[in-house]
Design a protein around this ligand. Structure first.
Ligand code: AMP
Length: 282
């Protein structure tokens, strides 16, 4: 695997492979098997795979979260090498934003950024759009790989690609979970032992929502989930919402949409965990 820290070096390498398909997996590092699943998909479907590791400051709305974000470049690099990734791009903030972090891209997100996470993480998706747009301009991949784990994120990036008519195919990879059901996340390492023990309740709440679709109303399912997610000590659900998977707007009745998704964010002590499940898709 070759590692690059500057745009120029990476692009010089990619120029050598003109005409070949490039799969691209953007990450913030602290890699786990969820990330590796994205790499594996890309490796299978493309001639070359580029992974980026960049902890993007513009998508953190809380500075302490940015400061505490795990940075494990050496271990990450070994994992990527083992997976068979061809190129790692690990730029500095200056390299990514040579004109400063304020420079951004205008995209009509059709209100997708205002739903779900948007209410609790102001500015987060502007930062995500900014960084993914810049990375796509640098790498110019054939395919972009993102995880279903960040449902709103891939939905917004799909809208960006459509709206700007970018020539890249978005591939969404299903959520990778620990044996007990907890969705893998770089933030999981920050959970205390006690909080980690209770973490499977999030997946349980999502499964329970799916099971209850026939017997309970949307509001009842949401209410029930919020109650259960708040039970363990130090657990505080921020939202558990059932939405239309295209618009991300809350639905009132199960028949309001043919693509229904349950999404949640839960504070487990000082760690914020998100998860989701597609309840219906036809
Ligand atoms: P991050 O490094 O957290 O920004 O994640 C980089 C990419 O990996 C994003 O597209 C995430 O959605 C994806 N990802 C993170 N966790 C998982 C997971 N448990 N399963 C599948 N994809 C994931």
């Amino acid at each position: 695997m070759k590692t690059f820290t500057t745009v120029k070096e990476l692009q010089n390498e990619l120029k050598k492979h003109k005409g070949k398909s490039i799969g691209f997996v953007p990450t913030m590092g602290a890699l786990h098997s969820g990330h590796i699943a994205l790499m594996k998909n890309s490796l299978k479907e493309n001639d070359f795979t580029v992974c980026s590791i960049f902890v993007n400051p513009t998508q953190f709305n809380v500075k302490s979260d940015l400061d505490k974000y795990p940075r494990t470049l050496k271990a990450d690099s070994e994992k990527l090498q083992k997976a068979g990734v061809d190129f790692l791009f690990a730029p500095s903030v200056k390299e990514m934003y040579p004109k400063g972090t304020k420079e951004t891209v205008k995209v009509n997100l059709k209100g997708l950024d205002k739903q779900m996470e948007g209410q609790f993480r102001p500015g987060h998706f502007e930062g995500v759009v900014q960084v993914v747009h810049r990375l796509l301009k640098i790498v110019k991949p054939t395919r972009l790989y993102m995880g279903q784990k960040d449902f709103q994120q891939f939905t917004i990036i799909a809208q960006m690609i459509k709206s700007l008519r970018m020539k890249v195919e978005l591939v969404v990879v299903k959520i990778q979970r620990a044996k007990d059901g907890l969705a893998l996340s770089s933030r999981n390492v920050r959970l205390t032992e006690a909080k980690r023990k209770w973490a499977p309740i999030i997946y349980k709440a999502l499964k329970e929502a799916k099971r209850s679709m026939k017997s309970k109303s949307v509001a009842e399912v949401e209410e029930n989930a919020m109650k259960n997610l708040g039970k363990p000590r130090g657990y505080e659900p921020e939202y558990f919402t059932i939405v239309d998977g295209y618009t991300l707007k809350p639905i009132e009745n199960w028949d309001d949409s043919d693509y229904v998704v349950a999404a949640t964010a839960v504070w487990a002590g000082k760690v914020r965990l998100i998860d989701n499940m597609i309840l219906k898709q036809s």
